[in-house]
Ligand binder design. Sequence first.
Ligand code: GRG
Length: 297
Amino acid sequence: QDGVSRSEEHQDPFELVADELSILANRLRSMVAAEVPKLASAAEYFFKVGAEGKRFRPTVLLLMASALKFPISDSTEVGVLSILANKLRTRQQNIAEITEMIHVASLLHDDVLDDADTRRGVTSLNCIMGNKLSVLAGDFLLSRACVALAALGNTEVVSLMATAVEHLVTGETMQISTSREQRRSMDYYLQKTYYKTASLISNSCKAVAILAGHTADVSVLAYEYGRNLGLAFQLIDDVLDFTGTSASLGKGSLSDIRHGVITAPMLYAMEEFPQLHEVVDRGFDNPANVELALDYL
Ligand code: GRG
């Protein structure tokens, strides 16, 4: 089997970076420590054991860092090259930390916008500490991410990550302010999904490639990989919103439809069943209408 053993083939990707993930968890907790006690407890909330989420983005980035590590031979145990390789690897790990901080900042703001009561299987921060502190904690995490980015001293990487933040905001805006036509367009959905989910993953994958000194063609491939993975991740997330349970999702199911957000499963169903357009037009404030739409899915 092309030199890949059965056990390697089926290895859990999260397991492959388990040690690095626990180092990342500790580093994140110290990176988000705030001076004022209220802000400190708000900022650390989603970095505490039990509220850390799946850590999909750090896992992808740590695996990307391992695949794109600075190439030195195994015999180079000590010396300038191995010191350099370790230094570059640490910088790649920093991107995983920065990305998770940006991601959590977006979740904090998202829960305020959606008035969500559950996130990552625990009560949302806005429910516990209120909207004001949730927004401030998100702002705080973003500024800590900026400090960590600046420390890397690479302007191209700063620009990539800032663009990803801009795209998160753009994608969320596209989601909350859509016209009737836009809500029914697959192109609009894919564009919004790129901004809202895939851009952070693709730009951070590219940053990981750049920080190990790879050429432009490699960093573009890393970007494309992240973009496709991010789009696939969101498509699956959108299906799970219909099929998952509160326990498996860490939040209530059917949240998209209840918020009037039309995602890919509904768009495909609308293509197949034109009568569904009328149901969608009526909106989903009425639970009976939600049930009616679900019959088509
Ligand atoms: C402050 C950066 C910033 C942005 C503000 C609110 C907003 C603009 C953007 C929201 C973007 C958003 C929540 C996109 C959804 C991305 C997504 C798929 C989240 C869920 O990711 P998972 O499943 O979550 O990886 P866990 O909890 O496992 O980390």
